[in-house]
Ligand binder design. Sequence first.
Ligand code: FE
Length: 169
Amino acid sequence: MDNSRIPYRHPQPKESPPELVIPSAIPDDERVWVPQGENVWFRPLCLCASRGYWMNLLRVRKSGVLSRHRHPQPVHGYVIKGRWRYLEHDWVAQEGGYVYEAPGETHTLVVDEGVEEMITLFQVNGVMIYVDPDGAVQGYEDVFTKINLCRAHYEKVGLGAGYVDQFIR
Ligand code: FE
């Protein structure tokens, strides 16, 4: 008997958190974008507090230097729109492109003139450490600071601080 169309008929592991499905990753509601600097926003997708990483869209609407940072763990990126590059490398992350950033890397993200809007999906593990040109630590972000930024912003724009909870696992 062909059972290929029969769904799995047993409970999922009880420790397994609920799946997360977001119909519009690029949101219809502008308020979902969380400002993180002038002309820079992020859109949370999965804020994985239990494993210390986050998936988000980064949106930049003006050319300029974004941040110099180091990450002790890998970062994966997929460029949905526009392009960007690192001052430390000679490649350009182009629309439709995928980027793997190696653990230990310190680099400076820039969006060049002529790019009206850049949107990239990033998976960031652990921490982003912001540094000066000599590597001195200026600040950091982790999944918990991201959650706090979301809470404050969603409260402010009327979605309610609890709006972020749907993205947390
Ligand atoms: Fe990076």
